[in-house]
Each structure stands twice: as structure tokens, then as C-alpha cells.
Design a protein around this ligand. Sequence first.
Ligand code: ARG
Length: 468
Amino acid sequence: MKKSSPTSRSGRFAGGPAADVAQFTESISFDWRLWRHDILGSTAHATMLQKIGVLTQAELRAILKGLDTIAKEIAAGKFFWKPELEDVHMNIEAELTKRVPAGAKLHTGRSRNDQVALDIRLWLRDETIELCLELMDLKKALIELADKNSEVIIPGYTHMQRAQPVYFAHHLLAYVEMIDRDHDRFDDCYLRMNVCPLGSGAIAGSTLPLDRELVAKLLDFVDLKTGKPRVTQNSMDAVSDRDFAVEFCSVAALLAVHISRLAEDLILWAGAEFNFIKIADAYTTGSSLMPQKKNPDIAELARGKTGRVIGNLVALLTLLKGLPMTYNRDLQEDKERLFDTANTVRATTRLMAAMLRHTKVNAVACATAANDPALLATDLADYLVRKNMPFRQAHHVVGAVVALAEKSGKPLNQLTLAELQTVDKTFGRDALGVFNLKTAMAKRNLTGAPGTKEVAKQLARWREQLAQ
Ligand code: ARG
């Protein structure tokens, strides 16, 4: 009998695949990226195989040494990947078996179906941890910029029209809230990816007495509280489920959407029309034609890349839609989408943080914009409410005051008391006092409002939370 060779075709097939078939079906060009986790998984599987008597101590030692050497070669860029061996799993196993005869026992009780499910989970766990650290840093960068400009007030906008004054810090903290919820969502999705599928075989587990719990423990698939191993509970689900990947891509899409909104604000603020911020040269680009241009390309790309992150989520969902049980080769298409999403959101998160750390606020331009008295028209209505006028009526009265100011070509706060009283007698001497921006900001002290004390409190809360 021919010596067993670790390919999916040995025995059953007369020859190799046609050249264009190999090219069409290979995944090594992108799944090589899973090598570290593939080797980690094989190490745990081999350790378990020795415990249950499939491998001798010596065979285990030889396999572990062989895997370690291969890992070093890959890390050093000295490993030769063969497309004809399809994927990362086959490449590593074939090379191991060539060097270590006991390598032929490594695939005992294992299929590439549960192996790839394992590798992606292991890989995604690491990516999620790294991304969460990067999100933490982005939150910190936002807080730092808010802290540095804690006195700065800008107009807040609705419908892109000036609405009410807010602290610049309050505006940035809105993004900290969003990104913090995304961070929570990643933490939560980690819990569901942190379950070990190995032992599910191709579809139906194995007749061999594999110790799934041991493998799970070795790979740290444990309940974070109890330390108990967590293994998948249905072999068919385990080899065909990719919802942990969909979940990651969906949270990533939401994160990208949040970052795109921040990016859009920064782009607007950096323009001459607003002139609220200046992004350092190193984080902008020039124009090939217009010498005066300084473009916020990082923010624009952060906004633009959101498209591919959303696209990746849709691609994954479409890939899974109507897919019959269990593993189908379609699933190989999951990786590029997942890799691209992780690459994109991680890079975007890092670059946004770096750019924020190289952004200066133009306090003068902000003050000029924030001093528009129209921003305090609602405060004038509140003044009337305090004098017992029903809010609907107060809204109407102040509307008439705004019209009067417009007609007389004066800013709202330049109207005289006599002029105010032509609209309504309720206005007293103290009415014009509402246009003092400082006092106005001191009054907004509801939880979550952009008032002086409240924003300081929120900033302190975040500073403390992020220091941990
Ligand atoms: N390269 C494959 C993938 O990424 C590995 C699993 C292949 N399994 C199979 N039965 N052909 O999905």
C-alpha cells in the first residue's frame, strides 16, 4: 500500500486537480494568515491524542518539535507555501508529516471542517482583544482632546443648522459613548466566539474517545468566571456555524459607522467654513494641482472604508443565507471578508486616534461661532416659562422676537428691552441676561446635558474609567 500522504485526494483520486481547478479552490493565498492558530490548535490536539493513547510520548514530542520548527520557519518567512496543497491546514500538516512520520497521526479524529472553525475562532479571539485595546486608546485620544479644550464652546447642530451651544468636550464625549458601547458589544461577542469546536469532526464527531474538554482547556476556551471548559454542543452546528464571525463583522460595521460620523465632523470642522480645528501636516495630504490644499484624507478614508466594512457584513450574511447543513466549501469565502473587516477597523481605529492626538482646536473661531446669540433663543423661551408662560406661547413669542431682530438687522441680544416688550410685556430687565453664554452654560446641569459642571463630571468619569 502507498504510504499515507496528507492530502484530501490521496487514495480516492487518480491524479491531481486540473490547474485552473487548483487555482479556483485554493485558499492558501489568504488563509496562510491563520498559521499561528493552526499550529496552536494542532499542538493542543496532539497533546490530547497522547493523553488518550493515540500517540506515544515520543511521537508527541516529535510532532511538537516539528510544529515548532515549522512555526519558526513561517515566522522567518522561510516556509514555502504550496498552492496545490489548498490551504494552511494541509500545507502545515503535509510538511510536518514529511519531516516527522508520526505527523500522519495528527489528523486523528479531526477534519479540516472543525479545524478551520477552530482556527478562525482562535484568530478572531486575538483580533478582538487587540481591537478592544485600540478602541480603548481611541476613547483616550478623544478624552485627551476634550480635556485640552475643556473651556471651548461650539454651536451644536441639528439639521446642520446652528441649534444650541455645547462644550466641544461634550460633542467629543458623544463619540466616546458610542465607541464605548461598541467596545461592550465586542466584549459580548467574544463570549460566543470563545467556545471550542474541535472534536466535531467533519460533521458527526468521532468514534474515538477524544477529550474535548482537555483541548478546550489547553486553548483557553474556558468560562471567564468559572474556569470551566466551553465546548460546542452540536457537531453539525459547530462545523457550519459562522455566526461568531457575522457578529464580529456586524459590530465592526456599527463601529465603522460611528467612526465615519466622527470623521465627517472632523472634515467639516477642518474646512475654512468652520475652521474649528487644524489637523497636523503629518496627518493630512496635499493636492497634486492646487498648492494651497491640505486635505483631511485620513478622516475621508475612515469614512470611505466604512463602505467595505458594511459590504463585508452583507457578503457574509449572503454567503450563509440558505446554505444547507453542514460544511460547504462556500464557507471558505468567509475568511477574506473577515480578515478585511478586522484589518480595516483596526487600522481605522489606530489612525483616528493618532490623528486626534495631532489635532489642534482653534479656540477663537469656536468662540466666534458659539457667541451667536440665536443659539440661546430657547433659553429666552425658558426665561418666559420661568415667568409662568406656557411653553407653546413662549416659543411663539420668541419666534416673533427672532423675526423682529431679523427685520431690524440686529443680533438677538442687541434688541432693547422696549423692543422686546413690543412683542410681549412679560419681558423684564433681566431678559437680556439669558444671552450671557457663561451663565447659560452653567444652567445646563441635567445629567447628560452640556452644562459646565455636568461636562466636567462626565470628563472626570471617563478619565477615571479609562485609567483602569
Ligand atoms: N480551506 C477550507 C476552508 O477555508 C478548509 C476546510 C476544507 N474542508 C473541506 N472539507 N474541503 O473552509
